[in-house]
Write a protein that binds this ligand. Structure first.
Ligand code: GTP
Ligand code: ZN
Length: 334
């Protein structure tokens, strides 16, 4: 790739750091008793691609803009309450390293591309969604108009499913089940209907502040795209602002946009990081997700205590071990 990250659109960036080649989006499975079963930042993990691009390749693609540095601020500790009571904003930590600026095309205000003009071709087509890229790509501004209209067809499918199970879809207790199930599935995947621009609602503020902001333990509920069963867990997000800060609750809203879809945990992690980058063009973004996959609990290998940890580090979080360590210390502290 010849161009720098700053020149890539969200969808192009998404491709550039896709699950198969992004060295800092890694997974770690461990038991709840903290004994690490397997860990990897550059080698294959169960269910992960074994093709991992070298760090040096990606370094060439990451932009390090030495001319734009954020001024260090005084040791300004601030507690801010998030709308989500279980999310814990940690405040702003003093940073002792030079900043670099991670930039991407398109800021929040009016710079999104025109909806319905996909930048990357769809890999498959679903009736009614021929022009959508949102199922597979990071078309953050795309709002499909007809998902509600899919409800009757979905309900019919669930009715067939009940029949396939040997149930009588016409028995009293199941009469409304197909429609209920269809509505539930629409809810579980409502992120397809949401755009970054809507979720942010303009809550991007100019602020000469460049200390680390971390919101941790944001609850996440998603659907495994392989088995259509839930996976859930918590998300921690950190970023180093560069002239712009984001309304704290918007980090949790970004988690909603991408978790309420059919997902794999690795892609979810990366999409959240890309969205935060697109929202405020910070010096760096870090995202860690700890997830429990019901497909590994209720079926399959039936490992009820296993957790999957994934992370994506961009900008200074990737380049500077001290910054990354500071973030990881914050998210692992009680
Ligand atoms: N990397 C990754 N893999 C996932 C995720 N969710 C589910 N999987 C895996 O997807 C894989 C699908 O493997 P298959 O062998 O095709 O399906 P399966 O026979 O149902 O596999 P088992 O779960 O091992 O019984 C499994 O290894 C799942 O653990 C995820 O978020 N990320
Ligand atoms: Zn699964």
């Amino acid at each position: 790739m010849n161009r720098q990250l700053s020149e890539l659109s969200a969808s192009e960036l998404n491709e550039a750091i896709d699950d198969t080649n992004f060295p800092q989006s890694h997974a770690m499975s461990r038991q709840r008793n903290s004994s690490v079963c397997s860990t990897s930042s550059n080698s294959a993990v169960m269910g992960l691609s074994d093709s991992v691009r070298s760090l040096s390749n990606l370094e060439n693609e990451l932009q390090v803009d030495e001319t734009q540095t954020c001024k260090d601020q005084s040791n300004n500790i601030e507690n801010v309450n998030d709308a989500n009571p279980r999310s814990k904003p940690i405040g702003f930590m003093r940073r002792e390293h030079p900043t670099t600026l991670l930039k991407m095309n398109g800021s929040v205000e009016g710079k999104f591309d025109v909806p319905g003009t996909p930048k990357t071709p769809r890999t498959s087509t679903t009736p009614g969604h021929e022009n959508c890229t949102f199922h597979h790509d990071l078309e953050l501004d795309h709002k499909p108009p007809t998902r509600e209209a899919l409800l009757p067809e979905m309900a019919r499918s669930y009715r067939l499913l009940l029949g396939s199970l040997g149930e009588d879809p016409d028995r009293q207790g199941l009469l409304k089940t197909p429609e209920r199930a269809a509505k539930a599935m629409l809810f579980f995947t409502k992120g397809y209907d949401q755009s970054l621009e809507e979720a942010l609602n303009g809550a991007v503020f100019d602020e000469d502040h460049d200390e680390m902001v971390v919101v941790k333990d944001i609850e996440m509920f998603s659907m495994c795209e392989h088995h259509l069963v839930p996976f859930y867990g918590k998300v921690s997000i950190g970023y180093l602002p560069c002239k712009k800060i984001l309304g704290l609750s918007k980090l949790a809203r970004i988690v909603e946009i991408f978790s309420r879809r059919l997902q794999v945990q690795e892609r979810l992690t990366k999409q959240i990081a890309v969205a935060v980058t697109q929202a405020v063009q910070p010096a760096g973004v870090a995202v860690v997700i700890e997830g429990v996959h019901m497909c590994m609990v209720m079926r399959g290998v039936q490992k009820i205590n296993s957790k999957t940890v994934t992370s994506t580090m961009l900008g200074v979080f990737r380049d500077d071990p001290k910054t990354r360590e500071e973030f990881l210390n914050l998210v692992t502290s009680k």
